[in-house]
Design a binder for this molecule. Sequence first.
Ligand code: UTP
Length: 292
Amino acid sequence: MRKIRKAVLPVAGLGTRVLPATKAMPKEMLPVFDRPAIQYVVDEAFAAGIEHVVFVTGRNKGAIEDYFDTAYELEITLREKGKTDILEALESSRPTPGSMSFVRQQAPLGLGHAIWCARDIVGDEPFAVLLPDVLVQAKSGCLSQMVDVYAETGGNIIAVEQVPPSEVDKYGVISPSSRNGNRILMNGMVEKPAVGAAPSNLAITGRYILQASVFGYLADQASGAGGEIQLTDAMARQMASEDFHAVEYDGQSYDCGSKLGYLRATIAYALQHEQLGGDAARILAEFTRPPE
Ligand code: UTP
């Protein structure tokens, strides 16, 4: 079985739900406590054994490319001032040279179209997709858990989590056919089903392992929900001839694409911070203490 070496991170969306914060700055660069959201997702990918990250970018996303580059003047200044601890933290977040590629999606035609834009760089091998506006806190990263399942099942893997049945219309939802522990063999999926008509309350979380054959389905995929070319629709066609397993992963997800999800993520990551978590909890308590 071929190792999952490459991960595609689509970052070409407009981030309209978190405007005006994203008017002049990519959504993925919004800080979640002490680092940009994208850093957590790239860390999750490399921790799962990914060797190469492909960003699908759009207009106004140059800050992402700069963030993963050397900040030459800043680093010289830090060195001259003897601020070695900060310098080391910066250096440790810099990727190995050559381990990132950037390709443009010229118009935001949908997630499926964004993934298709990475086809030449990915080539003919299975790959991971991580949606960078979804952060997952987990002891073992969400993608690592999926890679472990993939090593046994092969095929295509989708991360899922249970959501309240009244909220299924906000998500892509899977149709399960059988379950073995946290692994679910799937027989379908649907994007944003009406409440009451969903095949389950297992929502797709924003992490995928896909066979390269998906690019063939994406190439002629018609527009779906919201007039966009949907990854879910292409995967649903791919499923007619390939196995898809869902993994109900162990962890907590945060949707940084919405204002309240972003707030929740910021609080969660502040509280979990190794050095500053205790202070963060004290500050939060000041705001939540009932008035005397
Ligand atoms: P979203 O729909 O959550 O992101 O897409 P968005 O379009 O930026 O958000 P809103 O709805 O306007 O607030 C999920 C992921 O797919 C990427 C987004 O960047 C995000 O990471 N995406 C979406 C693309 O790269 N291209 C697209 O055409 C659409």
